[in-house]
Design a protein around this ligand. Structure first.
Ligand code: SF4
Length: 508
């Protein structure tokens, strides 16, 4: 009978969360690298280059792959013969103590993103607790744990449906994936749960994402059941949509499709789909009473040596002198290097600013002629100016965009993923511009930030308004002053190219 110490479990959870904050799973790195090598869309290739460079930098620098260090999800399989040595805490409390220890580790502080009272005060719990924990009681004398840190951008794109038993699951997936936009930071994986009840399908979908990428082996050996057929069919048909890395159009949107199923009622066909993003983070360990789990670092040769050059003809922009006339010539899809000062602000800061404008109050910062970066950075450690600071999903700011442009004279916005129709119309009407940075390349983006000062709303923590001074921060013009969106034209072009040329979207 294994005797497991409370602190071994706590430390193992903490170590695993630190580990996944800076190490991608090796299978994921390999899959992105293969997709990068075969990608024909330059925009998608550039995005994947940044994701791979960022991954290597995080592995060597031991800093988070993404500024959103996620909500912790745990699947625990607890052996019925396990005995706990002097445990004073519940298993939930032990896991949460591990989360607390990991997220507040001084050498690699992770971002605390969890808010209590979600329908009310939305107050940050400050240590990223509590985790979402699922248990199974199984035969044996070990404790097996899968731990994941799931980004909000991809979790927000989860979809659920109760289909009729005769409906096509593939049709529903193909209709639904384009509605998810790029806020889930593709390339990534789709986890699909089929059957059971509504809540069972959701848990199955999430649990399926704990597995490694192995669609190559499945393709090589051939499908042996309906679920395996579905995995291949969905993967090929989703990739043929041409959405591509970061939604900019390209050959690879998903690197694998995972499916778990469960028997269901004769009247029902519940399906839940949860995407995993460019910051796919999960680890697996077993406690058998011999001490805390030891997770081996991936070998450095698992990380491809990618170089990414923007080229000498790239447009360089000085944010301190840029004018409305200058941005008129920027074209959707174009790469731009930003230098100078920009402001930051995301959900809570936008809500505050709009509330102030509605009351006729003066904003604490002047937005006229400025650019605002939608970001919530990780706190800095050692000599960092700021921790990893990649973009957050811009669509959440869409509802504020027209009023902010109307009433402040803001010139540009920087975020990730597409803008919705109301924001695009407002951008076009004001001859403003929306730029996109790569989601999931947060540590790389942070290297361009040379200075960071909090200017307003310090009580909002990572959601405060900062002023960043940047040098050569790479972005793509995603919506230009005419309202042309790279997230609309890119996928349209690549979907057609794939259909016309019958480009094989198969993973070899
Ligand atoms: S890669 Fe994108 S979706 Fe994933 S955690 Fe980062 S910002 Fe969120």
């Amino acid at each position: 009978m294994a005797v497991i110490k409370q602190d071994d479990l706590i430390q193992s959870v903490a170590d695993a969360l630190q580990y996944i904050s800076y190490y991608h799973p090796v299978d994921f790195i390999q899959a992105v690298h293969e997709a990068y090598q075969r990608e024909e869309s330059q925009a998608a290739r550039d995005a994947m280059a940044q994701i791979l460079i960022n991954s290597r930098m995080c592995a060597t620098g031991h800093r988070p792959i993404c500024q959103d260090t996620g909500i912790v999800t745990v699947f625990a399989r607890v052996g019925m013969d396990v005995r706990w040595d002097g445990a004073t805490m519940s298993l939930d409390d032990m896991i949460n103590e591990g989360v607390r220890r990991a997220y507040n580790l001084p050498e690699n502080v992770l971002r605390a993103s969890i808010l209590a009272d979600p329908a009310g005060k939305r107050a940050n719990t400050k240590d990223n607790t509590p985790a979402v924990i699922h248990y199974q009681i199984v035969p044996g004398d070990k404790v097996e744990i899968d731990v994941a840190a799931k980004g909000g951008g991809s979790e927000n794109k989860s979809k659920m449906v109760m289909l009729n038993p005769s409906d096509s699951i593939v049709d529903w997936v193909l209709k639904t994936v384009p509605t998810m936009g790029a806020g889930w930071c593709p390339p990534g994986m789709l986890g699909i749960g089929i059957g059971g009840t509504a809540e069972k399908a959701a848990v199955l979908a999430k649990e399926s994402l704990m597995d490694s990428i192995d669609i190559h082996e499945l393709r090589a050996r051939g499908p042996q059941n309906r679920v395996e057929e579905l995995r291949l069919e969905i993967m090929d048909k989703v990739n043929a949509l041409g959405i591509g890395a970061q939604g900019l159009g390209g050959l690879t949107t998903v690197l694998d499709v995972k499916i778990k199923d469960y028997p269901t009622h004769a009247a029902s066909l519940p399906v839940c789909m949860i995407p995993n993003c460019a910051a796919t983070r999960h680890a697996h360990f077993v406690l058998d009473g011999s001490g805390p789990a030891q997770l081996e670092a991936p070998p450095m040769d698992a990380y491809p040596e990618i170089t990414w050059e923007v080229g000498s003809s790239v447009r360089r922009v000085n944010l301190d002198t840029v004018t409305p006339e200058e941005v008129l010539s920027w074209k959707s899809g174009e790469t731009v290097l930003l230098s100078g000062k920009m402001l930051t602000g995301r959900d809570a800061a936008h809500k505050r600013m709009v509330d102030m404008l509605n009351k006729g109050e003066q904003l604490p910062v002047d937005l006229k002629g400025r650019f605002i970066y939608y970001v919530g950075p990780v706190d800095p450690v050692r000599d960092e100016v700021v921790g990893p600071a990649g973009p957050t999903t811009a669509t959440r700011m869409d509802k504020f965009t027209r009023q902010i442009l109307d009433q402040t004279g803001l010139l540009g916005m920087i975020g990730k993923s597409e803008r919705g129709p109301i924001a695009i119309e407002a951008i076009k009407d004001h001859k403003a511009v929306y730029l996109m940075a790569v989601g999931g390349a947060a540590y790389l983006v942070a290297q361009a930030i040379k200075k960071a000062d909090v200017l307003a709303f310090p009580e909002l923590g990572m959601e405060a308004i900062y002023e960043f001074e940047v040098k050569d921060m790479p972005v793509t013009v995603a919506v230009d002053t005419t309202g042309e969106s790279a997230h609309i034209t890119g996928p349209q072009i690549w979907q057609k190219k794939i259909a016309d040329k019958s480009l094989a979207v198969e993973v070899e």
